[in-house]
Ligand binder design. Sequence first.
Ligand code: ADP
Ligand code: ADP
Length: 231
Amino acid sequence: GAAIELENLSKRYPGNPAPAVDNVTMHINAGETVILVGPSGCGKSTTLKMINRLIEPSSGRIRINEEDVTRMDPVKLRRHVGYAIQASGLFPHMTVAQNIALVPKMIGWSKTRIRERVEEMLDLVGLDPREFHGRYPRQLSGGQQQRVGVARALAADPPVLLMDEPFGAVDPITRDHLQDELIRLQRELHKTIVFVTHDFDEAIKLGDRIAVLRERSHIAQFDTPEAILTN
Ligand code: ADP
Ligand code: ADP
């Protein structure tokens, strides 16, 4: 895993006077799963996108294992951070296998290793590789697309996983299985996971700590599920 530090982090979008994220400081330990919960529009997605450098902070700093993400080589950042979102974000003109292979390819894995890994990842998310490998995203249900999105996020075995409601459209049985897989990845491989959800049961099940956010990502509470439940 890798520790993640957010220090006085703010984001203002152009044309929007109110900051989406305002002066947030948060320390996430290596190997920890932190759940972000809070009302729609409070800046959860914005925060994940800044950690992943999909958008630039207006001010403040983000460090992954002491290294400032703005100074990190982009390929290194892709190798270190896996990202899965509700909308799956799959490239429509690429097959399932090509989507999953994106980061492994970018970081120079061999064709054989990539082929094996794509199969392994499809198995992990419960999709038969023979059936799904060559399909395009439009040929999948919403839940299947999300599962491929999760497979892609995990493919290069990154120490950090950022997940923005990744199981929202997944059927309950598969969701339960994927939640168990995440717990295993965290326990056995010490992944650091930042996970956004609206599902309180999911937050309690997965979180080592839960950050309850208010508007502009102000942290109202940041504590263990047990402590959150008793407050
Ligand atoms: P959450 O993930 O908690 O629902 P977001 O991070 O998506 O919240 O959004 C936080 C705030 O920033 C909201 O007020 C939203 O409308 C605004 N916002 C998000 N993306 C953009 C954008 N690209 N341009 C302008 N405002 C945005
Ligand atoms: P194959 O030859 O096995 O079909 P390719 O070598 O063509 O596989 O790679 C898969 C495709 O993914 C390529 O066309 C490559 O250009 C494309 N690709 C890689 N990264 C991106 C990206 N970020 N956006 C769009 N397409 C991409």
